[in-house]
Design a protein around this ligand. Structure first.
Ligand code: FES
Length: 101
C-alpha cells in the first residue's frame, strides 16, 4: 500500500491508499479521482492519464513519445498508467494538468 495524493488543477486534494502492483492511473480510477480518463485502459496509447510527479524515475521511450500528444508537458510529466505503485512510492504527490478535470 502507498498513500498517494492526487491534486486537481483547482487545488482539490484526494489522498488515498493504493495497493502495491496497481498503477498510479488505476489508483485514481478506483478512487473516483476526476481528471484521469485513461481512455486506452493503461496501454500507453492515449495520454489522458497525464500527471506531474516528483521523482518516480524516467519515462520509457514509448511513454515519452506518447507524452508528445499530451498538452502542457513539463519536465516532471508522466503518464500515470506507466507508474507501478510500490511501498517506495508511499507519500507520492501527483498534480493534474489544467486541461484535465
Ligand atoms: Fe492511456 Fe495512460 S491510460 S496512456
Amino acid at each position: 500500500m502507498a498513500k498517494i495524493t492526487y491534486i486537481e488543477n483547482g487545488g482539490r486534494e484526494h489522498a488515498v491508499e493504493v495497493k502495491t502492483g496497481l498503477t498510479v492511473m488505476e489508483g485514481a480510477i478506483r478512487n473516483n479521482v476526476p481528471g484521469i480518463d485513461a481512455d486506452c485502459g493503461g496501454a500507453c496509447a492515449c495520454a489522458t492519464c497525464h500527471v506531474y510527479v516528483e521523482a518516480t524515475g524516467k519515462p520509457s521511450a514509448m511513454e515519452e513519445s506518447m507524452l508528445d500528444f499530451a498538452e502542457e508537458v513539463e519536465p516532471n510529466s508522466r503518464l500515470s498508467c506507466q507508474i507501478r505503485v510500490s511501498d517506495a512510492l508511499d507519500g507520492l504527490i501527483v498534480r493534474l494538468p489544467e486541461n484535465q478535470h
